[in-house]
Design a binder for this molecule. Structure first.
Ligand SMILES: *Cc1c(COP(=O)(O)O)cnc(C)c1O
Length: 228
């Protein structure tokens, strides 16, 4: 069941890339396994999926520990990170995509264990001023980046967005294109020794629009694991 859904999602990604004239290898698929158990994740692993996203930190850490026998997994924290949860994120996840404040980034850097590689970071940006309120505003992004790149145990990989649901494809593309423009602007600004390589945007409902607009990572839950 999960294997066939995953293959349908992969087909959607390839078709979207083809329609946009993009190389399918330029878009990564993150399987969002929040609320689903270890068995569901194991089925996705058996079908070749290795990168997983979790929203709720305690739940994610339980799964990371339970699935330790699979060595190649890559775990992304994509949910809100409060100060009292930074240690769990720093000690267990490979990536965190949902950071929008310097204080949280500083704690993550301080708490990243020395034996692990740097924590891979995306900054969450509120591109559409949407009601979800999480995310740094585009105006504040450059200042945050200037500080975040000084933190030794984090590696800035890109930006993440969660726009409000759009009424149609064109509207979705308009918002995603703004995120892409911001991403390109940061890379052109010359602040970074290594340019960002990850623009994480697009979910089950809008992955085609996100890919058409330049996403490099889509985060898909429902279409792989079913309704929550
Ligand atoms: C739940 C969630 C997703 C996946 O959403 P679906 O619509 O189920 O594909 C992606 N990103 C974030 C941040 C989420 O919370």
């Amino acid at each position: 069941m999960i294997a066939s859904r995953l293959s349908t999602v992969r087909d959607r990604l390839s078709a979207a890339c083809k329609a946009a004239g993009r190389d399918p290898a330029s878009v990564r698929l993150l399987a969002v396994s929040k609320t689903f158990g270890d068995d569901a994740v194991a089925q996705a692993i058996a079908a070749g999926q290795l990168a997983f996203g979790e929203n709720y930190i305690a739940e994610g850490v339980e799964k990371i520990i339970a699935l330790r026998q699979y060595p190649l997994l890559e775990w992304h924290c994509i949910g809100p990170v409060q100060s009292n949860k930074t240690r769990l994120v720093a000690e267990h996840f490979d990536w965190v995509q949902s950071v929008d404040r310097l204080k949280i980034a500083q704690r993550l850097s301080e708490q990243r264990p020395p034996h692990l590689p740097p924590l891979q970071l995306c900054l969450q940006v509120n591109v559409d001023g949407g009601a979800n309120k999480s995310g740094v505003t585009p105006d504040e992004l450059m200042a945050l980046i200037q500080e975040v790149i000084k933190l030794p145990r984090l590696r800035l990989r890109g930006l993440m967005t969660i726009p409000e649901p759009a009424i149609d494809f064109a509207t979705a593309c308009a918002v995603h294109s703004e995120a892409r423009a911001l991403f390109d602007k940061v890379n052109r600004a010359g602040l970074l020794t290594e340019p960002m390589d990850t623009l994480s945007m697009g979910m089950t409902a809008d992955l085609e629009a996100a890919i058409a607009s330049g996403s490099s990572m889509v985060r898909v839950g429902t279409a792989i694991f079913g309704g929550r």
